[in-house]
Design a binder for this molecule. Structure first.
Ligand code: ZN
Length: 256
């Protein structure tokens, strides 16, 4: 099986993110500095992004939460530092269409964008608790994923993207969420993104014997089906969580 490298990119940092948003009812009131993460996946001629980060500081403060985004954190700048031009990106996988995961989709003119059918359907008409996350027209906003929509490849369910990379439909945080399962020289990595908001949520199995879902979710029954399904995979894989600062402790995965 082919192997790839995974480079985490910090596209901004939430300055006071509510911990219980990342792990359901865990330590309410505790605030975290939480990175907005995206990933560059490379190998065998492939240049792929998993997610494309969120907005700049002004927009985030106005519509979401205060973030810090240095020039180096702007996705196009971060990628140039890694030797990747916007035109080089062949594939984008959006784990889901929340604003902080698809903001820069439009910056990569040659990329096919893989999104789950259920995610697009829901993003067009979310439930009110999710309006802000999707920047939905129902509250007078224009979703950033519309940039590049003509290049979207709509998939429906698990999808073998290429040798060594699988997209796994993982509903719960959102209806059409997908995790990215990547083979490396150090075994599989599971990019769980917001399905596991922080690493602690996955490791915190003591209470119920299963990892803790994100505090932000649309369906806990489906979420637990997802967790049960991913659990055996994740026990043999490395988890890359959605907004956990520890992901940035290594500049590239695998790191040994
Ligand atoms: Zn999300």
């Amino acid at each position: 099986m082919q192997t790839y490298t995974i480079t985490p990119i910090c596209a901004g940092v939430f300055q006071g993110a509510e911990k219980s948003n990342f792990a359901y009812q865990k330590d309410p009131g505790v605030k975290l500095k939480a990175p907005i993460l995206m990933y560059l996946v490379q190998g065998n001629g492939l240049c792929m992004l998993v997610d494309t980060g969120g907005s700049g500081e002004e927009w985030a403060a106005k519509h979401h939460h205060r973030i810090v985004q240095t020039e180096d954190m702007i996705p196009v700048n971060a990628l140039r530092k890694l030797g990747v031009e916007p035109e080089d990106v062949q594939i984008i996988v959006n784990t889901h269409l929340h604003w902080d995961h698809c903001w820069s989709n439009g910056c990569f003119p040659n990329a096919k964008i893989y999104v789950q059918k259920r995610e697009i359907q829901f993003a067009l008409c979310p439930i009110p608790t999710q309006y802000t996350y999707y920047e939905s027209p129902q509250i007078g906003l224009r979703p950033s994923w519309l940039d590049g929509v003509e290049r979207m490849e709509i998939i429906d369910g698990d999808y073998a993207l290429c040798d060594g990379i699988d997209l796994l439909l993982s509903p719960g945080h959102t209806p059409g969420f997908q995790c990215v399962y990547v083979n490396t020289t150090d075994g599989r990595y599971l990019i769980t993104s917001d399905s596991t908001g922080i690493t602690e949520a996955w490791e915190d199995k003591q209470t119920w014997g299963l990892p803790t879902p994100s505090g932000i979710h649309v369906n806990l029954l489906e979420y637990y089906e997802t967790i049960r399904r991913l659990y055996p995979l994740a026990d043999q894989a490395h988890i890359l969580a959605g907004h956990d600062a520890s992901v940035l402790e290594h500049s590239v995965y695998p790191y040994k």
